[in-house]
Structure formats: C-alpha cells, structure tokens
Design a protein around this ligand. Structure first.
Ligand SMILES: NC(=O)c1ccc[n+]([C@@H]2O[C@H](COP(=O)([O-])OP(=O)(O)OC[C@H]3O[C@@H](n4cnc5c(N)ncnc54)[C@H](OP(=O)(O)O)[C@@H]3O)[C@@H](O)[C@H]2O)c1
Length: 335
C-alpha cells in the first residue's frame, strides 16, 4: 500500500476556503479499535467550517494542522488490534465527529463510529448520511416523538421544519412524513427548492424570504407541536405565536444567543420550550437509515459534487449557507 496520501488541511482558525491547503502526507497508522478507510467520498457539513471558525474551540479544540471532514464512505484497508467486527474489503460509512480526517485519501475511524454499507446504498449516499441524517432522525424520532415503526400518530401532530432544503432538512422532511405527521416546511432559493421539498413529501412549503415564510404561519392555520429549526437563527419569541400550548423548538445550531433563549424558555412556567440539540453517532441508527434507503423510503439529495483536488470549491459552496441537500467531495485516485 502507498505510504503517502493526498489530504486537505488548515493550520489555524479562520480563512474559509482560501485557508485550505492541499498536502501530501503519510497515511495514518491504524491503532487499537480503529480501522483505516480508503475514502471514496466525504460530505461537507456546516460543522466543518464552523470548527474552522472556532465554534468548538473551548470544548474540543482541533490540533493543527487539522484535516476536516466528518462523514465518509469508503473501504476498510486495515484494522487495528482488537478489531473483529470489520475486515479489509468491507465497504463502510463513518461519522468521524469533530476529530475529522475525512478530506483525504485515507482516514482513521473508531469502530463505534462506522457501519457496513449494504448493497443498494452507494458510496455517495453513504457519505450524505452521518451528521445530517443523524440530526434529522434523532430530532424527528427522539425529540419530536414521531414514531417511525409504521404506526400512525394517535393524535394528529404538526411539525415545522425550517431550512428544509438543506442537508438536515431534506432528511427531516422525509422522516417526519414517514411517521405520518403534518409537515410544514420553510425554504428559500426560489421555486426549485420549494418544488423539491414538496416532492420529498412536505404538506405545505413556505418561502422563507416572503412574508408568510418570515411569519412561519401555517397556511392551513395549524399550530406546531414541534419546530425542527435547521434554518438561520431566530429568537424563540418569533416561534411562540405559532406553537401549540406545549409546542417546542428543537434548535439544531445552538449558539450563545440561542442558548440564552433556550435557558429562558426552560426556566419559564410556560410549556412551550426551546431545546438545544446535539446528535449522537451510533451504528444502530446507520443501519436503520440504510434499511429505509434500501426500501426506497428515504433518499439523499446531492447539491453538488467536487473532486478532492477542488475541495475548496465544495467548502465555499457549503459556506454560502444556501445549499440544496449535501455537498460531496470524492477522494478516489484521480479525483
Ligand atoms: N447540533 C448539531 O450537531 C448539528 C448537526 C447537523 C447540523 N447542525 C446545524 O443545523 C443547521 C442546518 O444544517 P444543514 O446541514 O442542514 O445546513 P445546510 O445544508 O447548509 O442547510 C441550511 C439550510 O438553511 C437554510 N437557510 C439559510 N438561511 C435561512 C434563513 N434565513 N431562513 C430559513 N432558512 C435558511 C438554507 O436554505 P436557503 O438556501 O433556502 O436559504 C439551507 O437550505 C446548521 O446550522 C448546522 O450547523 C447541527
């Protein structure tokens, strides 16, 4: 096996796409409970460039130089001591978390963060999952309480998904509809994105740049039991008039401003709450998502695809904050 690999890294906070450098560095050495993956594709998440911006610098500061990239798919090429559940040749997907490492030809992954990719789920599909799909699944199922076991809700449930055309939103709309709830969605970027979100199953789609989208009012007058907030920050007070008496806002992008909003709502006597959300990586959820994809109940939406040699273009596309679905980088030999 080759001793060096191509990778993309940055050496300090800030700088956006222009600060990404293409390097040739040693292939990482596999260690206990890890596998080495030959990366086929990796998706770019807002978390990637938020880490570069210093978003987690007080809790999980990256070591520089840092190779970003969390959500990968590829093939296991070697396994570390103690690994019995994966073997070279296995096709896998992995969610590497804030440690990153995915924007490279080879990446290390802890066995708790990977799953075997079945037939019917392509490498590109696999790279789209991870952060975005876990966030969608866990916010819809675990926080909104939508049953995804084929049963219909016992009482009608209304969900609003903001930023529904993005990486998380496109999964969240499909999952919420699978659970049989009424979905209102907001998205911008014109008719194309609104049509897409409708085609994913949303019952009502609002243009986030128009007055009705800004007000978040459901055209059919529904009050929301849950808001899955994937769009830009909005104060909790803005959501309150549209919530049911015990409605809650699940805040997918906790920031100091939104944490204050959450803390105030949690301390109040009102049953309407705003709750910060963090997803957890686990293989069980990967296998659940795979089974939905194999049954054609869940699909990925790819905004754009770039070779590793043009990773900065993918980074810049994600940084616009206005993507439709996922931005992908392919990392195979000639890309
Ligand atoms: N808590 C976590 O661990 C976690 C995990 C995953 C994601 N997230 C966060 O969740 C958010 C969504 O993630 P993502 O992967 O879906 O991001 P994304 O793919 O970049 O999509 C963001 C979406 O937000 C929409 N948007 C931007 N400005 C908006 C506005 N003013 N009003 C309404 N919508 C707006 C964009 O739609 P338009 O182009 O139509 O404006 C875009 O479709 C990000 O902030 C991300 O950091 C958090």
């Amino acid at each position: 096996m080759t001793k060096t690999m191509r990778a993309v890294q940055y050496s300090g906070y800030g700088g956006g796409a222009a600060a990404l450098k293409h390097v040739e560095i040693p292939v990482p050495t596999v260690k206990k409970d890890y596998v080495l993956i030959k990366v086929e594709a990796v998706s770019i998440n807002p978390l990637d460039w938020k880490i570069q911006d210093g978003y987690v610098k007080h809790i999980l500061p990256p070591r520089f130089p840092h190779i970003p990239g969390t959500d990968v798919s590829g093939e296991v090429v070697s396994v570390g001591h103690g690994v019995t559940t994966f073997a070279p040749g296995d096709k896998v997907v992995g969610c590497l978390g804030t440690f990153g490492g995915g924007l490279a030809e080879y990446a290390l992954a802890h066995i708790s963060t990977i799953a075997k990719r079945p037939s019917g789920v392509t490498a590109l599909d696999g790279a789209c999952l991870g952060e975005a799909a876990f966030s969608a699944l866990q916010s819809v199922r675990d926080w909104a309480g939508v049953q995804l076991n084929g049963s219909k809700p016992k009482v009608p449930m209304n969900v609003l998904i903001t930023g529904a055309g993005g990486g998380v939103g496109t999964f969240a709309v499909q999952l919420a509809k699978l659970g049989g709830v009424h979905v209102t969605a907001t998205c911008g970027d014109g008719a194309r994105q609104m049509e897409l979100v409708k085609s994913l199953g949303a019952d009502e789609v609002l243009d986030s740049k128009a007055a009705e989208g800004e007000s978040l009012k459901s055209p059919s007058g529904k009050k929301y039991d849950t808001v899955i907030q994937c769009g830009e920050y909005m104060p909790f007070a803005h959501f309150k008039p549209q919530l049911s008496p015990s409605g809650k806002v699940i805040d997918l992008a906790p920031s100091p401003k939104s944490m204050m909003s959450s803390a105030t709502s949690l301390a109040s006597f009102s049953k309407q709450k705003c709750v910060p959300f963090l997803p957890s990586t686990n293989s069980t959820d990967y296998y659940f998502l795979f089974s939905l994809m194999q049954q054609k109940k869940l699909k990925t939406v790819i905004d754009s695809q770039f070779p590793l040699s043009q990773a900065e273009k993918a980074w810049a596309a994600s940084m616009t904050g206005h993507v439709t679905g996922k931005v992908i980088v392919t990392c195979t030999e000639h890309s």
